[in-house]
Design a protein around this ligand. Structure first.
Ligand SMILES: Cc1ncc(COP(=O)(O)O)c(C=O)c1O
Length: 419
């Protein structure tokens, strides 16, 4: 068939970015954005972390810094710090080899992982939680078109809780050796619900026994609880369970981590990330590294420099790291406060029932339970923007607008309840 570029069917816009554009174009004075997964301060403004500001000041005061290319693998000090942040000192020092490569933020890490695994591990399926971050399906479609996508149940709408039994039985019954299962390291997007530690333990045993490849998507380390180690618990537990010891019993060939620094450093536009491939003790790793380098060389040659300089400097300097941990407390603490304020403002409308899930969920988002028609009316009547699936970014809530948002939510619920 002849190619006709002007007859290419138009695809729908990406929902998350379309919401941001609609919000910007709205000139209503009370408009509220609960759409984008970006942190906002108490005045609904972008927040440059004080630790990042100070790191930039120091970098700008260093005239010897040049603008040369990074190596294909990325910045060595950045990768060393990134590994240690997610795996902890013991994870890096005592367990199997970890192959790390700098990427274009978390999206690039997911993309690189998908392409690398499709070409080298050759999984039959990739298992993705239902629901999930809106980009997982697309990334695998584009980067690994030969891998069949399957979903595993994650959320029970009736109890607004984790569908752990559904998740386990799906993986137990349908996953086969070398399949990939994507797990959200913490602060699951969009539900804000994570497995408990006991549930993570069960999942790690399942992954080990079935020899499936766990790919952790870590986009919110430090953002969920304010504590970087608590938020890395699941990843470190998996590494310990799968590769902590020499063994002859069955285990997967590796596990992966797609790590983003967008949210926890507020470096959204700098696109700082890493992909880590964790291998069994003493496994040779040079072949895997060479394949990753090949993919990066073809895709972008090497990653951007500036953001990784900021992250590496903060994580390697005691004073800056302390400041950064305070910044994480500021961000996660404000979001927790907004969860509580919004819940209580909503529950003042007795007819809307229990909104305790707002406080029980963690991270940037709440899976509100609002339907597509609620969301449409919130936008059309109240100029409040959120995702069609009812996911709200709590960072858009402030002390000043919480009552307005709560009253609007109560109004749309009454409207569709026929009241
Ligand atoms: C679960 C999850 N993974 C990955 C990302 C990647 O983000 P970025 O490419 O900006 O690092 C996001 C961002 O929203 C996310 O929520």
């Amino acid at each position: 068939m002849p190619v006709n570029l002007s007859a290419i069917p138009e695809l729908p816009q990406d929902e998350a970015f379309a919401i941001t554009a609609d919000f910007r174009a709205d000139d209503h004075p009370r408009k509220v954005s609960l759409g984008a997964g970006v942190y906002r301060d108490e005045h609904s403004k972008p927040w440059i972390l004080p630790s990042v500001k100070e790191a930039k000041r120091r970098l700008h005061a260093t005239p010897a810094l040049d603008h040369e290319y990074l190596p294909i693998q990325g910045s060595e000090p950045f990768l060393t710090a990134a590994q240690e942040l997610i795996l902890g000192q013991r994870g890096v020092a005592e367990r199997g080899p970890v192959v790390s490569i700098q990427t274009i933020s978390g999206t690039g890490a997911n993309h690189l992982a998908a392409a690398f695994l499709a070409q080298n591990l050759k999984p039959k399926h990739v298992f993705i939680s239902d629901p999930t971050w809106s980009n997982h399906h697309l990334v695998w479609q584009v980067a690994a078109p030969g891998v069949m996508q399957k979903t595993y149940p994650y959320y029970l709408p009736t109890s607004r809780s984790l569908d752990f039994d559904g998740m386990v039985s799906t993986l137990e019954l349908t996953a086969v050796e070398n399949d990939v299962v994507i797990l959200h390291a913490c602060a699951h997007n969009p539900t804000g619900i994570d497995p408990s530690r006991d549930q993570w333990r069960t999942l790690a045993e399942l992954v080990k026994r079935k020899k499936v490849f766990a790919l952790f998507d870590s986009a919110y380390q430090g953002f969920a609880t304010g504590d970087v180690d608590a938020d890395a618990w699941a990843v470190r537990h998996f590494q310990q369970t799968l590769f902590g010891t020499e063994t002859t019993s069955p285990r997967p060939q590796g596990m992966g981590i797609a790590q983003s620094f967008a949210k926890n450093f507020g470096l959204y536009g700098e696109r700082v990330g890493a992909f880590h491939l964790v291998l069994p003790p003493r496994a040779p790793s040079s072949g895997a590294l060479s394949q990753l380098l090949r993919l990066v060389r073809a895709e972008m040659s090497n990653a951007p420099l500036f953001g990784s300089r900021i992250v590496a400097l903060i994580l390697s300097d005691r004073e800056l790291k302390t400041m950064w941990k305070e910044d994480l407390q500021t961000m996660s603490g404000r979001i927790k406060r907004m969860r509580s304020i919004l819940r209580h403002e909503i529950e003042r409308h007795a007819e809307v029932g229990d909104w305790s899930h707002l406080e029980n969920q963690i991270g940037m988002f709440s899976y509100t339970g609002l339907s597509e028609e609620h969301v449409a009316r919130l936008k059309d009547v109240h100029h409040i923007y959120l995702m069609r699936n009812g996911r709200a970014s709590l960072s858009g809530v402030t002390e000043e607008n919480a009552k307005y948002v709560a009253d609007a939510i109560a109004e749309v619920m009454r409207y569709y309840a026929g009241g």
